[in-house]
Design a protein around this ligand. Structure first.
Ligand code: C2E
Ligand code: CA
Ligand code: CA
Ligand code: CA
Length: 279
């Protein structure tokens, strides 16, 4: 009740630290963020290293909080996951990203592909397959142009279950990638059996390829591992031309990173597509 509210609040407030308080209010704000239309997506271009052209984009979630401004996904995705909110939010991301990709395809960028991050909870959710299929039908996007990004921990936690889920997704025709590859625990023996299409080399390795011979060796190993398994490799977090040159020289297929572009809101991404600037 309101009358009691003030006194209670002060009582509790004095017993709670600022972090807890902030978390509580963020949680209640997050609960309403979807219906209040506070989310939007940014798109980061993914380029083919051989042609230098934009071949797709990764959709990245943004939350514009009325008081706090833009909040990074790193600080609310975990919370959304714990609260179960990641299911409706994730579905919104999927629908919005697929609709946008389809719109850009219809505008002439016929082969543009979109990558969407899945959370662990979404991946295990019973309804996932149905939700993905429904979004594809609804938006008219050919399944082939949707790539779902999974992480090593998601697929290694329960290999048998994960393989079954991945198989079902592949049957729809979507592409599957392993995000942040090399940072988690993954067994190469299983990797061979997973129906995946792409490995994404984590930014932390790319960051130091031109300064650390260890990281350079790791990146080369990931590229040849991927190619031996007939997978494509995307390097993320490419920030310098030296990194780009290294990746080109060692046969990496695609890249994304600040060197070419930061993630962009839809109108800016569209302008970039029209401009058609190559790498
Ligand atoms: P991620 O999937 O590894 O996404 C790549 C992150 O690296 C993005 O951060 C992107 O803005 C950033 N990045 C891209 N290029 C560069 C670069 O050249 N240098 C540097 N320093 N950073 C670069 P962002 O957008 O803050 O996203 C953080 C994480 O939040 C993502 O990491 C992903 O795990 C998660 N996330 C974002 N959107 C979604 C979503 O829709 N659903 C789920 N489940 N997770 C999401
Ligand atoms: Ca990702
Ligand atoms: Ca990543
Ligand atoms: Ca990451």
């Amino acid at each position: 009740a309101k009358e009691q509210g003030r006194g209670h609040w002060q009582f509790y407030a004095s017993n709670m630290n600022a972090d807890t308080l902030q978390r509580l209010s963020l949680e209640s704000e997050l609960r309403h963020a979807l219906e209040r239309e506070q989310f939007h997506l940014e798109y980061q271009p993914q380029l083919d290293l051989a042609s230098g052209q934009v071949v797709g984009m990764e959709a990245l979630l943004r939350w514009r909080h009325p008081q706090l401004g833009l909040i990074s996904p790193a600080s609310f995705i975990g919370m959304a996951e714990e609260m179960g909110l990641i299911i409706p939010i994730g579905e919104w991301v999927l629908r919005t990203a697929c609709a946008q990709a389809r719109a850009w395809q219809l505008a002439g960028h016929t082969h543009l592909r979109v990558a969407v991050n899945l959370s662990a909870r979404q991946f295990k959710q019973r309804n996932l397959l149905h939700a993905v299929a429904a979004v594809l039908t609804e938006t008219g996007l050919d399944a082939h142009y949707l790539e779902l990004e999974l992480t090593e921990s998601m697929v290694m936690h329960d290999v048998e279950q994960a393989t079954a889920i991945m198989g079902n997704l592949k049957a729809l025709g979507v592409q599957l990638s392993i995000d942040d590859f090399g940072t988690g625990y993954s067994s190469l023996a299983y990797l061979r059996h997973f129906p995946i299409d792409v490995l994404k080399i984590d930014r932390s390795f790319v960051n130091d390829i031109t300064h650390s011979s260890d990281d350079a060796a790791i990146v080369c190993a990931i590229i040849s591992l991927a190619h031996n398994l007939r997978l494509k490799v995307i390097a993320e977090g490419v920030e310098t031309t030296a990194q780009l040159d290294f990746l080109r020289e060692h046969g990496c297929d695609q890249m994304q990173g600040y060197l070419y572009s930061r993630p962009l809101a839809a109108p800016a991404f569209e302008a970039l597509l029209l401009q058609g600037a190559r790498l």
